[in-house]
Design a protein around this ligand. Structure first.
Ligand SMILES: [Cu+2]
Length: 229
């Protein structure tokens, strides 16, 4: 057994350390870190202005306060200084996969302009990145199908940002709000009108016939009472 392990290690297939490290990507059975950058300054930065630790939770419980949403981060907006180094602790509180992706970063430092953390289930990851100096708002989201649409969307502002992104739960309106079409038919419309008329007429009927209704109820009560004696 020992000889087999040594052999596998010589071949570079170390079964004791399943993590893969391909330059800007680290992946293991727990999740993935892509394009972490703890030390290279963006071209427009002379030095790191701020060393900021941020903990971000992802999970269904964060969406409870947002009507119609299913997933969310525990915060929807972060503000940092130009050239800030952000040390992110990403915690997934769900049993399903979630991502924390930041888009729009400079491509010479972050391939495809993207910083990406991913957890296959409950757990946590830590990675850092350094923001450029540009006054800009970056999209932060989970790219798994329907997770952003169902609420896992946020924004990261550098130097106050250059505006707000749409559809951030609790923060901004969607570009196009959902509209729910009612398919009115002559029958459903008639039922609605009739119900409205009856709703208006019944109180008047009761008021105009109060004495008759009272007499009727007394007789009815006496009948029931005398039967039971
Ligand atoms: Cu997700």
């Amino acid at each position: 057994m020992k000889a087999l392990l040594v052999g596998l290690m010589i071949l570079g297939l170390n079964p004791l350390a399943s993590a893969m490290n391909h330059g800007s990507m680290m992946m293991d059975e727990k999740g993935m870190i892509m394009n972490a950058n703890p030390d290279t300054l963006p071209k427009d930065c002379i030095k790191i202005s701020q060393n900021l630790d941020i903990t971000i939770h992802a999970g269904q419980k964060n969406a409870l306060k947002f009507t119609g949403k299913m997933f969310a981060f525990d915060q929807q907006e972060w503000n940092v200084k130009p050239c800030a180094k952000i040390n992110i602790t990403f915690i997934n509180d769900d049993q399903i996969r979630h991502q924390l992706m930041i888009h729009g970063l400079p491509g010479y430092l972050y391939p495809e302009g993207m910083f990406h953390l991913e957890l296959n289930g409950e757990g946590q990851l830590q990675a850092s990145l350094i923001m450029p100096s540009l006054k800009k708002t970056y999209l932060v989201h989970c790219e798994l199908p329907q997770h952003m649409e169902k609420g896992m969307k946020a924004q990261l502002k550098v130097d106050g940002g250059d505006g707000d992104l749409p559809s951030i739960p609790g923060l901004t309106k969607p570009v196009r709000a959902d509209s729910y079409f009612v398919d009115w038919t002559p029958l459903s419309l008639s039922i609605l009108v009739l119900s409205a008329l009856l709703g208006c007429a019944i109180p008047f009927f009761i008021l105009l016939n109060a004495n008759r209704i009272k007499d009727f109820l007394i007789k009815l009560f006496n009948k029931i009472y005398s039967k039971n004696l």
